[in-house]
Design a binder for this molecule. Structure first.
Ligand code: ZN
Length: 470
């Protein structure tokens, strides 16, 4: 296996249990695995040697919720300034025209931005499978992840409750339960690698209570558990969703999840805003996880995640950028900062410090994905998944007094200097190492434009015009 030596770092922030830091420290990895970290390590050379003078090393960030394909529907005036259900209704009409190459290119863009902002493991929730589009769409994003070198946790999403059945999405983006379960099985069998340092782990992810049937929830849980893979869905994101569950099932969202087998330590929900105290305690007791997505929750006016109560109850909490279209970025370091600022505003002294916010995006997220044995902190026996920032920059000048907090409270618009996944350099000097970024950006924008123009022809909507605001 190829070896890696990082030496003379200004500091190494480990986020291990003792929150150890190593000013002037070094790190040595053999293949994916860290073999030594600290001040006097017994290695002085390797296949790749990186002089980290002036640089701070952090554990790679872990994204627990995303919809990469939505990278192509960002910053659309017609879909701005609306709440979740209206936002979805607009975008379903555009996503109907997604082709396999759009899935590949949008994943390259979203995953590329994640890598450039310090993310080394990304989960994705892919649930939109337009009728009549050939190709195995989720395979396209797995291909993009492999090309970029990011550790990937795709979840095979699904929708089978179309408008004609009382659901929210148009029937044209739903599939039958039989097709969904068969393809989910195929994706697991083809790609899931449960080994400690595997580059792809697969999850099962029906989209939300208002877009899937009760049968599909039950059958998906049975399928996931038969393969021992994790389960993911949106829950308690908005009051509209709560009202939908009460009106159609006579149950609050968490009760509905429990009835269908969707409560347990192998389950994580996206958002989790509208739970009451008793529900939060039930989630903590069963070891559930939640992907907290502050930017999306602010943009779609969904509400404020009850972070302090969740952590107190023992719920696993990690961070997610959510789909790019509700963010509108895939900047996970930015999301660490958003969490820090949002809870400062809402909870004052109860809010996490910058270091605790960084913990949410690293160790916290690793627990949400059930992968804490391998990722989330820099320790011997864990993965050499990390990012570095170069402190010799204007954005950090006058701020070098707390290395752990530094990228959370300053310099946030900057890309990281270097990102390494499994001991391999994937971002160097702030740029993707394996990809011509300019060429990718031009192809991606052209593909996104084609999708939008096709949708406009079908719906007659002027997506460039802001709805109701002239
Ligand atoms: Zn989402």
């Amino acid at each position: 296996m190829a070896t890696l030596l990082i030496r003379n770092a200004r500091n190494i922030i480990t986020m291990d249990q003792g929150r150890n830091t190593y000013p002037g420290g070094s790190l040595y990895a053999d293949g994916h695995e860290i073999k030594a970290i600290g001040l006097d390590i017994p290695y002085d050379t390797a296949d790749t040697v990186i002089d980290a003078t002036g640089k701070i090393v952090y554990p790679g960030l872990i994204n627990t919720h995303h919809h990469l394909y939505q990278t192509f529907t960002r910053n659309i005036p017609w879909a701005q300034d609306v709440e979740l259900f209206d936002w979805l209704l607009t975008l379903y009409d555009i996503w109907r025209h997604m082709r396999p190459e759009d899935v590949y290119l949008s994943a390259m863009v979203g995953l590329g931005e994640l890598l450039k902002t310090g993310c080394t493991t990304a989960s994705d929730h892919f649930y939109c499978f337009p009728n009549g589009i050939s190709g195995e769409l989720i395979d396209e994003e797995i291909r993009a992840a492999a090309e970029l070198g990011i550790r990937f946790f795709p979840t095979r999403g699904s929708m089978n409750l179309g408008r004609s059945q009382g659901g929210l999405p148009p029937d044209e983006v739903t599939q039958s339960m039989e097709v969904i379960l068969k393809d989910t099985q195929r994706v697991i069998e083809t790609y899931h690698d449960a080994s400690k340092f595997g580059m792809v782990r697969v999850g099962v992810a029906p989209c939300s209570p208002f877009s899937v049937s009760e049968d599909l929830l039950r059958e998906s849980a049975v399928l996931a558990r038969s393969y021992k893979v994790r389960m993911h869905t949106h829950l308690a994101e908005t009051k509209d969703e709560e009202n939908f569950c009460l009106a159609t099932k006579g149950l609050r969202p968490l009760d509905y999840m429990e009835r269908t087998g969707w409560l347990g330590n192998d389950v994580w929900y996206a958002h989790g805003i509208h739970f009451n105290d008793g529900e939060i305690h039930r989630m903590g007791a069963c070891g559930c996880g939640v992907a907290h997505c502050p930017s999306s929750n602010m943009k779609l006016a969904s509400g404020i995640f009850p972070l302090a109560d969740m952590l107190k109850a023992g719920v696993h909490v990690g961070l997610g950028v959510d789909g790019s279209a509700s963010n509108d970025a895939s900047n996970l370091l930015g999301e660490v900062r958003q969490a820090y600022l949002l809870h400062k505003l809402s909870a004052g002294k109860q809010s996490p410090s910058a270091a605790e916010s960084l913990w949410l995006g690293t160790v916290g997220s690793s627990r949400v994905l059930g992968w804490e044995d391998a990722i989330g902190s820099l320790e011997v026996g864990k993965a050499a998944d990390l990012f570095m920032i170069d402190t010799r920059k204007l954005e950090y000048a006058g701020a070098l007094f707390d290395d752990t907090a530094l990228p959370v409270v300053t310099g946030i618009s900057q890309n990281v200097d270097m990102t390494i996944v499994g001991g391999k350099v994937v971002v160097k000097d702030g740029q993707l190492f394996h990809v011509n970024e300019q060429r990718l950006a031009v192809s991606a924008q052209a593909a996104a434009l084609r999708m939008l123009e096709t949708a406009a022809k079908h719906t007659g909507a002027n997506y460039y015009k802001q709805r109701g605001r002239g």
